[in-house]
Design a protein around this ligand. Structure first.
Ligand code: NAI
Ligand code: 15L
Length: 268
């Protein structure tokens, strides 16, 4: 049966805020979890991924988890280790203990950020391209994908790992014309990831059907995802403001953009 109650971790964050608006229309009842209070949601559970009891209580009784919580930019290895590596382990272990069968894991394009971006007639980047993390942050997403594989093979916990591009209301850079995932397409993709049958551990790229797309959405479409948006409607304005990406600029040469050269740093 399709999952009904879903734990949304990271509910106070940017993507969590978008998804708690958009996912209920698919019929889910959301339980919200974050280390920060979730605005307008007094029932949300305030807890840290490092607190194993809190995480176990949060997953108890839900049908599935959409796991967004964690450090979403570059940080010291010690911070990443605690929040993203140990925190994601705690979440998976709690899911195993509580019998939760399906997790949608917010991976990131930064797991493969050093991959040269396609230019001209180059083929799209396949989903099985070798991992090339561009930061400790991207490395933690590689860990999360491998953890998901282990929990499927060993414990039968299913995961769809979504290598999200950039999910924001609108693209704000020329790079984002290629990697943008509209919030509505994000909800479509998470819904497909929650309901597709027999996913085992499946890795997909998460973006809209952008004209300037860099990667292959085949494994996402195989889940039943049908993107409806294309960033191209923003192209004229962004190109007029910023110009085309310069292939000689290292910050424009790879999928990860400036995470390769000068990554934005987690402010907390
Ligand atoms: P965000 O930084 O706005 O939200 C992350 C949330 O996780 C925050 O509300 C924070 O309080 C919470 N959090 C951090 N550490 C925690 C801990 N130890 N325990 C409990 N909660 C904790 O990030 P955003 O943009 O909403 O991203 C959500 C997820 O999606 C992240 O895992 C990020 O890596 C991933 N992602 C997002 C992309 C995007 O375009 N927004 C692109 C690729 C991946
Ligand atoms: C990510 O993984 C970040 O969490 C998000 O804030 C954006 O920077 C995104 O990647 C991106 O590549 O644009």
């Amino acid at each position: 049966p399709a999952p009904r109650t879903v734990l949304l971790t990271g509910a106070a964050g940017g993507l969590g805020t978008l998804m708690r608006e958009l996912l209920p229309q698919y019929g889910y009842e959301l339980r919200l979890f974050d280390m920060r209070p979730v605005g307008g949601a007094p029932d949300a559970v305030v807890g840290d991924l490092g607190d194993r009891n809190a995480v176990r209580e949060a997953v108890r009784g839900v049908d599935a988890v959409v796991h967004l919580a964690g450090i979403s930019l570059e940080a010291s290895f010690d911070k990443i280790l605690k929040a993203n590596i140990e925190g994601t382990y705690n979440l998976y272990e709690a899911a195993r203990e509580e019998g939760v069968r399906r997790i949608v894991f917010a991976s990131s394009n930064h797991a493969v950020g050093y991959t040269p971006r396609p230019q001209g007639d180059d083929p799209l980047i396949p989903i099985d391209t070798p991992r090339r993390p561009d930061t400790f942050y991207g490395l933690s997403k590689c860990f999360g994908e491998d953890l998901a594989q282990l929990y499927w093979d060993k414990h039968g916990v299913e995961t769809v790992s979504v290598r999200i591009g950039s999910c924001f209301p609108e693209p704000t850079s020329v790079r984002m014309l290629s990697v943008w995932m509209s919030p509505a397409d994000g909800a479509r993709l998470f819904h497909a990831a929650l309901t597709a049958e027999g996913v085992g551990h499946t890795v997909v790229y998460g973006s809209s059907a952008n004209t300037r797309l860099w990667w292959d959405l085949g494994s996402a479409r195989a889940l039943g995802y049908e993107p409806e948006d294309d960033s191209e409607i923003f192209a004229e304005r962004l190109l007029a403001e910023q110009g085309e990406l310069d292939p000689a600029d290292p910050a424009h040469a790879c999928l990860g953009g400036n995470f390769v050269t000068n990554p934005p740093v987690w402010p907390h």
